[in-house]
Design a protein around this ligand. Structure first.
Ligand SMILES: Cc1ncc(COP(=O)(O)OP(=O)(O)O)c(N)n1
Ligand code: 3NM
Ligand code: MG
Length: 497
């Protein structure tokens, strides 16, 4: 029974997958090297880069050409183990020893790798601090030796394990954002955080990081709790991995300080970024659930309604409107709060959602379902202080940058507009249908296109990607708000969400 590191196990499995995908029948030596180089920050990749070999170039060459069939994996394991015992007095071998064994398995393969700039001897020269080398001046090369116990190496072991844990958690979150939320922006955000981790790892002297890479000696790798196997849903997987990411980042930050304030600060910034992502990833899922079937959102201003506000609301709700916003711009608070309480009662009766425009305080006092905030209103963060974690918070946006910021701020839904000139509010600029296209492609949060939308142009808005709209005049000035809502709702429900 061979004792290998998780990295070697991953490489063996990866080589088999590659052979299978290529329909190669047998695992080839190139498959092993490609699998060993899979992780950019893995030991073999760091080693090659250290001796000036371009990892992408090696990958490209190995993918392009056929390499010799590999011997049985047990033969390679024997060779790697012998190398590890000889040079490290340790039968537990790591990915670098395995790479050397693979290179030595065939003269032809060794020659083709030499042409790419690396040989087993060259790798050994960096890994082994031999007797003859001890006389040479100390260079970066010599300190790759694994056996030197220093405080830096101890700290780097923690960093190495934490970097790996953080990267793995980030990878899971990236998959969640991409395949579960189907959210382009959040996928990109998680990817950038992952790259930020790789860049932070580069700030460590490579000698220290590589010298510390002894995952198989980490007693924690075998300790598992029963809860490790319990995940109720993809959202639960995301929550667990967000925690894992934050814990790893905290550990990285603390031990990173051993290498100076610079690394500590970089890691602290990454930890805050992870908190921001937590808000965006977890809020996104919850609010999408509450707004899952909401398609038609109506902004009501009492003075703008051709009939009474409560009649307009009830009729529109009968026609299929799902959300109502009370938008009273200049009404005195003494009038606004009782009106908001009335609207709360009417919307409850109608079984629809109720949002207050601009005013989290009024929203809270009348027990609304949420508040809507524009770019000049108070921030999402401050509104949360007033409302607590549950009520919905919507944010108006007029550019893709504002959409991204709203997602990171923790908005539950987004207003995107103005699409067309509006009778309700005057605008100087119209981001229009291009913005509808860009915003709906950018985020998976519920987005409501608005501004001058009505029965005559809703098809264009839907064609641009909108699946939800918010309207005001189209309902409040309609003689038959029920029919007006029905027409808009029918057009929307034609296109699946
Ligand atoms: C759903 C929705 N989207 C956008 C707005 C506009 O909000 P804001 O930019 O704050 O402008 P005012 O409506 O407050 O004048 C909205 N109210 N609702
Ligand atoms: C209040 C408001 N905000 C907009 C934005 O784009 O932010 S558009 C808009 C007016 C929406 O009313 P109507 O449907 O009557 O044009
Ligand atoms: Mg506002």
């Amino acid at each position: 029974m061979h004792q290998t590191s998780p990295g070697v196990e991953r490489a063996v499995a990866g080589a088999r997958d590659r052979a299978e995908q290529a329909g190669a029948g047998a695992v080839r030596l190139g498959h092993y090297v490609l699998a060993l180089l899979e992780e950019d920050e893995g030991r073999p990749a760091v080693l090659l880069e250290h001796i000036g070999v371009s990892v992408p170039a090696v990958r490209g060459a190995l993918r392009a050409g056929e390499t010799p069939v590999a011997p049985d994996v047990a033969v390679l394991f024997n060779a790697a183990r012998a190398w590890s015992i000889a040079h490290r007095h340790d039968p537990e071998f790591l990915t670098d020893a395995f790479l050397i064994a693979v290179l030595r398995a065939s003269d032809a393969f060794r020659a083709s790798c030499a042409a790419l700039g690396f040989t087993p001897e060259r790798l050994e020269s960096v890994l082994i601090k031999s007797e003859s080398r001890a006389a040479e001046p100390v260079s970066e090369v010599t300190v790759f030796a694994i056996t030197e116990p220093t405080a830096e190496v101890d700290a780097a072991r923690v960093l190495d394990a934490s970097f790996n844990r953080a990267r793995e958690a980030a990878r899971v979150l990236e998959d969640y954002a991409r395949f579960v939320l189907d959210d382009r922006f959040l996928t990109q955000e998680v990817k950038e955080l992952r790259h930020g981790l790789a860049a932070a790892a580069q700030k460590l002297p490579p000698r220290v990081l590589v010298a510390s890479r002894e995952t198989l000696r980490d007693v924690g790798t075998t300790a598992t709790a029963a809860s490790e196997y319990e995940r109720a849903s993809p959202a639960h997987v995301a929550v667990v991995n967000l925690k894992r990411l934050q814990e790893s980042l905290r550990s990285l930050e603390e031990f990173g300080k051993v290498f100076g304030p610079d690394l500590g600060r970089t890691l602290e910034a990454l930890r805050y970024r992870a908190y921001t992502l937590e808000r965006a990833l977890t809020i996104g899922a919850g609010s999408r659930e509450r707004l899952a079937t909401a398609r038609l959102y109506v902004l009501l201003t009492r003075a703008q309604c051709v009939a009474s506000l409560d009649w307009t609301l009830r009729e529109a709700a009968r026609g299929g409107a799902d959300v109502f916003q009370l938008r009273e711009k200049g009404m005195p608070d003494r009038e606004l709060l009782p009106l908001a309480r009335d609207v709360r009662a009417w919307t409850r009766e109608a079984g629809v959602l109720f949002i207050v425009n601009d005013r989290p305080d009024i929203a809270r006092l009348c027990d609304a379902d949420g508040v809507h905030l524009g770019q000049d209103d108070i921030t999402v963060k401050d509104a949360r202080r007033v409302l607590g974690p549950d009520p919905l918070i919507g944010v108006s946006t007029h550019s893709v940058e504002q959409v991204r910021q709203a997602v990171l701020d923790g908005a539950d839904y987004i207003g995107i507009g103005p699409t067309f000139p509006s009778k309700t509010k005057a605008f100087d600029r119209f981001p229009g249908l291009d913005f509808v296209r860009a915003a709906t492609a950018e985020t998976a949060l519920p987005t409501f296109a608005l501004g001058g939308i009505g029965a005559r142009n809703i098809a264009e808005v839907i064609a641009a990607g909108a699946r939800r709209v918010a309207v005001s005049a189209a309902i409040s000035t309609a003689d038959d708000p029920e029919r007006a809502a029905q027409v808009l709702k029918a057009a929307l429900t034609h296109s699946p969400l």
